[in-house]
Design a protein around this ligand. Sequence first.
Ligand code: ZN
Length: 175
Amino acid sequence: MKYEREFILPLTGTALGPKQYGFELGDEFLAFSQFPEANTGKVHLDLIVDKHPAFLTLQFVFDGWLRLNCDRCAEDYDQQVNGSFRYILKYGDHIEEESEEVMLIPADLHEFDVFQLVYEYLMLLIPLRKVHLPDEQGNATCNPETIALLERFKPAEEPDPRWGALQSLIDPSND
Ligand SMILES: [Zn+2]
């Protein structure tokens, strides 16, 4: 598939030193990778591959936004995503993942597919808590109608009386 080929880096026949690649991770990437958190966004990825005699460093720099679903009001919002990651390909005599950041590869390996790394790094850039950011005045920007509804249907604070009954059954002081 053509789109998948874009993420395959040539390793042999390239000069020593840095070489920069650019990728646009948009709706096509999100659909193709079946990205679970978003189906719309625009993230630019710079990948700098620095080739040394015994290893290569891959520097991934992400900058853009993804449309996520707010945990608080359940509406979509645009989340800024940016960050960078480093991965090292070390020449050896076989392929082996040494750690999360280092992979051993045979020196004559022709190409290396970064698609899975790009996907995993983008997932890591999704914040644990996905919520609308406050505006410049510090006011919440969640949908006020949804928030009002949530407040109205929030479970009452008082404990469920059934818990009390259960508690007395397991309370050792009861026998
Ligand atoms: Zn929200």
